[in-house]
Design a protein around this ligand. Structure first.
Ligand code: HEM
Length: 728
């Protein structure tokens, strides 16, 4: 227990609620499923309540007024945190970049989309030092515009306005980032036990020949990307270039974008290290209450203005750090640089024999001039042969540099917002960009009679319930709520690379697509394949429900478009490939996976709750959608009927479970010793985990047979429409 919470634990009389962490079930049984990741961000933690609709609120925002206020703020220096050279631009851009820069393509998590920079651990990462001040400077604007401008949007807009107020024309801005109210529970930031632990330390993210653990996209715990002083603090620009290439690629940035971003970022602002890091107080999350949420406060020496310590590196990159210009490449490429130590003791590169007029001024006194600096990452842009070529091109063609940087900055700050359908506001660029995974709009509508007709045609086509459900499921399951990519819209399951993924059972997929294409060709209206694939699954679910004696119409909303190969960045889709799927009871060949991953990761990314996950599993099993037709996990004699048999048989003590392999079991009748069905470990989790068993029991009850069918259908519709932002 720490000294700041005297009221809990030790007192012999007072024993209140369990207000501190430390004795949770996860501490006693760390290998248990962490179902908590499915129950975050619920209404109980949201002060704006259920009825609040951010998109509606944002529409009322006067975006031009906010932009003007932000531009004015940039040059209104506050005594409590003075602006360098009277301009907050550098600080605001670093805040925006660090909010977006946590994004990684492997799982789509991180990024600027949620305002998570306000919460631990990110608010207290060493790399985010003093960004608490940047957010606090924005508070008057946040307060003024209130609920119609989220912190997440404000942070990115502040970065854009910082650039605009320094003379750079940005590519555009889209709102639509809804704030969260507590930190994410599902995002894995690494296993190290210490901030900035070097590679090879306990829990290191590195193995082999500097192989960075997936999905991580930063080299150290508490950094956004690479170590500015060099790999593990040892300057060597070529080694740093290697780390940059990998970490930037992990957020889908190529070499050209990497050079543009780093150079464009460091064209303005400065590094702060003119003092002793030991004088800084604790980070925000550990600071005392009187610090009021701020951290890294220096109560020993001056510690602001020219005496600020942030990274420990000291100095600006360019001669005019509050102006957008070509000064970064001018100094980087035209001078030789040598290693020096900053006043705070950090490694930095300084120019040899620099002309006096090329030196940037002191942040407080224009009559004093200092050496510019480069971090090891900046030096990588000069020393790495590929980066160097790009740097020279940018130096020689500033207009080209401006264009590449504008696009890369827009991509950096908007990529995790998802498809264009989610963009809000008047500054959205008209141009479609390939990383937005564009999907063309459709112009037809379908009435109920037309939908029923198509469903009947599909059901009469000879395809089985399992084939139809599996195809619709596979087309929708790629959706991930993290960066809103994937999903059934666009019917990219017809295209490379998805059509060839092992998890999509290419043979079965082609068979189903061919039949559906035949049906499509005969329809009076130009119905998209994306709609037909979902409608086919929907028709099959409806039939299965009716066969179980529950008469329902499964809701279906047409309107999905078909993307083309030209609209699809094949490489960027590779990260969406499922390697396992608990619902389809399948693991890619040679892939090792725990039941936790099989169930929870995809469930969380698809935005489902634990009860929804349970209902879906129960349905997928009896509908016979197990991968490749394997019978594992189908504990019913009525395959294709949406019964609750999975739960009834799972909870029936007349059966016992006999291991037959590492993750496979026979379901044996206790009395006769006869094997009735086969199961996998994922199936058994629903009977063994105490929480999931409590849900399985609900669905096994006789009085809940119809409830099960309805719950399955609700969850199914949610998955099928997860990417329909046009409906939301
Ligand atoms: C290779 C990756 C990068 C590294 C290692 C790096 C490192 C650093 C360091 C050490 C600082 C000094 C922080 C301080 O002491 O105040 C800094 C500041 C800054 N960085 Fe980066 N950076 C990188 C990429 C970027 C990118 C991609 C951008 C934006 C597009 C950017 C924008 C900035 C800005 C504007 C500042 C100035 C902050 C201020 O004036 O207060 N950086 N960076």
């Amino acid at each position: 227990m720490d000294k700041k919470s005297p009221a809990t634990g030790k007192c012999p009389i007072m024993h209140g609620g369990n207000t501190a962490n430390g004795n949770s079930n996860m501490d006693w049984w760390p290998n248990n499923l962490n179902l908590d990741i499915l129950h975050q961000h619920d209404r109980k933690t949201n002060p704006l309540g259920d009825d609040f609709n951010y998109a509606e609120a944002f529409k009322k925002l006067d975006l031009d007024a906010v932009k003007n206020d932000l531009k004015a703020l940039m040059t209104q220096s506050q005594d409590w945190w003075p602006a360098d050279w009277g301009h907050y631009g550098g600080l605001m851009i670093r805040m925006a970049w660090h909010s977006a820069g946590t994004y990684r393509i492997a799982d789509g998590r991180g990024g600027a989309g949620t305002g998570n920079q306000r919460f631990a651990p990110i608010n207290s990462w060493p790399d985010n030092a003093n960004l608490d001040k940047a957010r606090r400077l924005l508070w008057p604007i946040k307060k003024k515009y209130g609920n119609s401008l989220s912190w997440a949007d404000l942070i990115i807009l502040a970065g854009n306005m910082a650039y605009e107020s320094m003379g750079f024309k940005t590519f555009g801005f889209a709102g639509g980032r809804e704030d969260i109210w507590h930190p994410e529970k599902d995002t894995y930031w690494g296993s190290e036990k210490e901030w900035l632990a070097k590679s090879g330390s306990e829990g290191s993210r590195y193995s082999g020949e500097r192989d960075l653990e997936n999905p991580l996209a930063a080299v150290m715990m508490g950094l956004i990307y690479v170590n500015p002083e060099g790999v593990d603090g040892n300057p060597d620009p070529l080694k740093t270039a290697h780390d940059m290439r990998i970490t930037f690629a992990r957020m889908a940035m190529n070499d050209e974008e990497t050079v543009a971003l780093t150079a464009g970022g460091h064209t303005v602002g400065k590094c702060h290290g003119n003092g002793r890091a030991e004088n800084l107080g604790p980070e925000p999350e550990a600071a005392d209450v009187e610090e009021q949420g701020l951290g890294w406060n220096n109560h020993k020496t001056r510690g602001i203005g020219r005496d600020t310590v942030t990274s420990g590196i000291e100095g600006a990159w360019t001669t005019h750090p509050t102006q957008w210009d070509n000064g970064y490449f001018e100094l980087l490429l035209n001078y030789d640089w040598e290693l020096k130590k900053s006043p705070a003791g950090a490694w930095q590169w300084e120019p040899i024999n620099i002309k006096e007029e090329h030196k940037p001024a002191d942040v407080e006194d224009p009559s004093i001039r200092h050496n510019p600096i480069m971090t090891d990452a900046d030096m990588a842009l000069k020393m790495d042969p590929e980066y160097r070529k790009i740097s020279e091109r940018f130096y020689n063609d500033p207009a080209y540099f401006d264009d590449v940087f504008a696009r890369a900055w827009f991509k950096l700050t908007h990529r995790d917002l998802g498809p264009k359908a989610r963009y809000l506001g008047t500054d959205v660029p008209a141009e479609d960009l390939i990383w937005q995974d564009p999907v063309p709009a459709v112009s037809y509508t379908l009435n109920d009679a037309e939908i029923t007709d198509i469903k009947n045609t599909i059901l009469a086509s000879g395809l089985s319930v399992a084939e139809l459900v599996a195809t619709a499921w596979d087309s929708a399951r790629t959706f991930r709520g993290s960066d809103k990519r994937g999903g059934a819209n666009g019917s990219r399951i017809r295209l490379a690379p998805q059509k060839d993924w092992e998890g999509n059972e290419p043979e079965r997929l082609q068979k189903v697509l061919k039949v559906l294409e035949g049906i499509q060709a005969k329809l009076a209206k130009p119905v998209s394949m994306a709609d037909l694939i979902v409608l086919a699954g929907t028709a099959a679910v409806e039939k299965a429900a009716n066969d179980a004696g529950v008469n329902v119409t499964v809701p279906f909303a047409p309107g999905r478009g078909d993307a083309t190969a030209e609209m699809t960045d094949v490489e960027s889709f590779e990260v969406l490939e499922p390697l396992h799927d608990g619902f389809r009871n399948w693991v890619k060949k040679d892939y090792v996976v725990t039941p936790e991953e099989m169930l929870l990761d995809r469930t969380q990314l698809m935005g489902l709750t634990a009860p929804e996950m349970t209902a879906l599993i129960g349905g997928m099993r009896v509908l016979g959608t197990n991968h490749g037709g394997t019978q594992h996990g189908i504990f019913t004699d009525r395959v294709g009927v949406l019964s609750n048999d999975f739960f009834v048989n799972l909870t029936d003590m007349n059966y016992r479970w006999e291991p037959t392999g590492k993750n496979t079991y026979n379901i044996v009748e206790r009395n006769s010793g006869k094997t009735r069905w086969t199961a996998t470990r994922v199936d058994l989790v629903f009977g063994s985990n105490s929480i999931l068993r409590s849900y399985a029991e609900v669905y096994a009850q006789d009085d809940n047979r119809a409830k099960f069918v309805h719950d399955f259908i609700n969850a199914w519709v949610k998955v099928m429409n997860a990417d329909r932002f046009d409906l939301k």
